[in-house]
Design a protein around this ligand. Structure first.
Ligand code: M6R
Length: 582
């Protein structure tokens, strides 16, 4: 988590307020506190603030600036813990994303050598360690290299040295890119901070370190290396809210296009992956909504003769001994940076398993570890909640499932047909109805979501959406499980959202009846109204695509619950968009 950015130019200075807006474009990565350091002649000047990114107090411009937006891991949200962190003599100012696992050991060593510490972060050891190594090094780069050799853990780092006209950087398991503009270079966690300046980008590799000034110097294992410049293939407007008040609403609305775009894939690649799936043991690994997407498509795989093992990436280690060159992994991730997933993929690679990624962010760590990448093509997803990436993942998995029975075009045609339903579900009139429901539910302490089969996955995803943005406790249950315990929670008026398919719906309607007879307030999501429903949201379309269609009203409901409660739907508390810690 956390976003880092550094601007360097030997000819063109940047206004500090403009630089701060670059940090702001990374605030989906963390928004607890923020700060920046700029070089003023041979002095480093730092400003730090708590809370949301606003206009800086410092005025003026600079040619070398680094900045950070924090998602707190080590240490509370205080100014002392806010980045940039400066070394004891203010020679080094540094920003960091990741975790330094041996920070305590390094802190002790530095304390023994006369260094003082002022905060609780793991990061604070890095600038001081560089300063320590400067005592015995001939250059800053040499001191930096010695420091990197001592660090254990994951990181993306950039720093300024008071006497050097350079921004130094390094990456290990945390993302870092360099934007290449006409007269400036920008090192950043993500391209969103510079997409409105340049579309030319270098995706740094693990172990890369170096510096930027008017040129780019990259080293890996002490040798200078060259990294290709790529072109970003999406437009800056995709990363702006446009007429929408929040990214969440914009991204929900975009699904009318993104579900289709997700299916524009190279047919040869899909065929190749499908053949691999047919002849190997298949593991699908993912976290959060990406995991729910896999569960939503599980039924289609089973129907078409494939039993995928769907495993949370953070639990994957337990499966290591079963992996071999006969295993195929489908790794699903919007960001391509989720550390648990990256670790799972690395484990699979050591056992020579084949890695196929379903991923949104081009150039992300996952894309570089995988043998094949299926891109989601949904453009940047800025809101912390997965919405359009979730439905795109489901669509792609459905494409793979139908390819198993040699009918890859079946999903494409069917998706074309359901687009009109998505159009209605994302329309203002459909949202108005959902908004009314949010008024009824806004004071609820609990909301339960219930489904069977593929709708159980939708229930899980629905509960995740509601709780992460509205902070109302929400839990998803399989209809068949309710009587085994959860029904004890039902009181008069407990809201239960029930996903009802068009066919074979007797069992889930009986579950709704059981809940209603205990006093539950039943919200039915279905094509036809049922007498058990106290509130009904009409969703048309074939059951096969229910995981895509039926989640949309709940995405909208979650959005309105956040709005009703005066919360920022794009940046729920305690969360960040890409989870690059264990
Ligand atoms: O980038 P990823 O798809 O790997 O992220 C996985 C989860 O962190 C993510 O889906 C998370 O659960 C979302 N906030 C849910 O809305």
């Amino acid at each position: 988590m956390c976003g880092i950015v550094g601007y360097s130019s030997t000819s063109n200075s940047i206004e500090l307020s403009e630089f701060v807006s670059m940090i702001k474009s990374l605030d989906y990565r963390g928004y607890d506190s923020w700060g920046f350091t700029f070089k003023d002649a041979d002095q480093l000047k730092t400003e730090k603030q708590l809370g949301k990114i606003e206009t800086p107090n410092q005025q003026g411009s600079a040619t070398f600036v680094i900045g950070h937006t924090r998602w707190a891991t080590h240490g509370k949200v205080t100014k002392d813990n806010t980045h940039p962190h400066t070394s004891n003599s203010n020679k080094i100012s540094l920003v960091h994303n990741g975790i330094i696992e041996n920070h305590q050991e390094l802190r002790n060593k530095l304390k023994d050598n006369g260094f003082n510490f002022y905060g609780e972060t793991d990061t604070e050891v890095i600038p001081n360690l560089i300063e320590f190594h400067l005592r015995t090094s001939e250059s800053v780069l040499e001191a930096f290299k010695k420091t990197l050799d001592e660090l254990k853990g994951t990181f993306a780092i950039t720093f300024l040295h008071d006497k050097s006209k350079k921004i130094f950087f390094a990456r290990r398991d945390s993302p870092l890119t360099i934007g290449v503009d006409k007269d400036s270079l920008i090192v950043s966690s993500d391209v969103t901070s510079f997409i409105d300046r340049t579309k030319k980008v270098i995706y740094l590799e693990d172990g890369d370190y170096g510096y930027i000034n008017s040129e780019i110097k990259i080293f890996n294992k002490e040798k200078e290396v060259h990294r290709e410049i790529s072109e970003i293939d999406w437009d800056v407007s995709k990363a702006k809210k446009g007429d929408f008040k929040h990214f969440m609403l914009k991204e929900i609305s975009e699904q009318v296009d993104t579900v289709k775009q997700a299916l524009i894939q190279d047919s040869k690649l899909i065929e190749k992956i499908t053949n691999e799936l047919k002849s190997s043991e298949v593991y699908i690994v993912a976290c959060g909504s990406s995991y729910n997407a896999a569960k939503a498509a599980e039924g289609e795989f089973l129907k078409n003769g494939l039993i995928p093992r769907i495993i949370h990436a953070h639990e994957f280690e337990q499966y290591e001994k079963f992996l071999s060159e006969k295993s195929t992994i489908i790794a699903i991730s919007q960001s391509g940076e989720t550390l648990d997933l990256i670790n799972a993929v690395k484990i699979a690679k050591t056992r020579e398993a084949k890695i196929n990624a379903i991923v949104n962010v081009q150039g992300s760590s996952l894309t570089r570890l995988s043998d094949n990448n299926i891109f989601m093509n949904v453009g940047p997803e800025i809101c912390v909640l997965s919405t359009k990436s979730y439905t795109a993942q489901v669509a792609i998995l459905m494409l793979l499932a139908s390819s198993l029975i040699n009918k890859p075009n079946e999903s494409k045609q069917e998706i074309e047909e359901i687009v009109r339903h998505i159009y209605y579900l994302t329309s203002e009139s459909a949202r108005k109805h959902t908004k009314e429901l949010s008024q009824i539910l806004r004071y609820s302490n609990h909301i339960f979501t219930i489904g069977r089969g593929r709708d159980y996955a939708t229930a899980m995803e629905a509960a995740l959406k509601i709780k992460e943005v509205s902070y109302i406790h929400a839990e998803g249950f399989a209809g068949g499980e309710i009587k085994h315990g959860p029904i004890a929670m039902i009181e008069h008026g407990t809201p239960c959202i029930v996903f009802v398919p068009n066919k074979n719906n007797q069992d889930i309607l009986s579950n709704a009846q059981e809940l209603k007879s205990r006093g539950a307030f039943i919200i039915g999501i279905s094509e036809k109204k049922d007498e058990t429903f106290d509130y009904w949201i009409k969703v048309l379309g074939p059951d096969k695509f229910s995981p895509i269609l039926r989640i949309i009203p709940i995405q909208a409901l979650s959005y309105y619950l956040a709005i009703m409660k005066g919360l920022d739907p794009d940046k729920p508390r305690n969360l960040a968009k890409s989870v690059t810690v264990k």
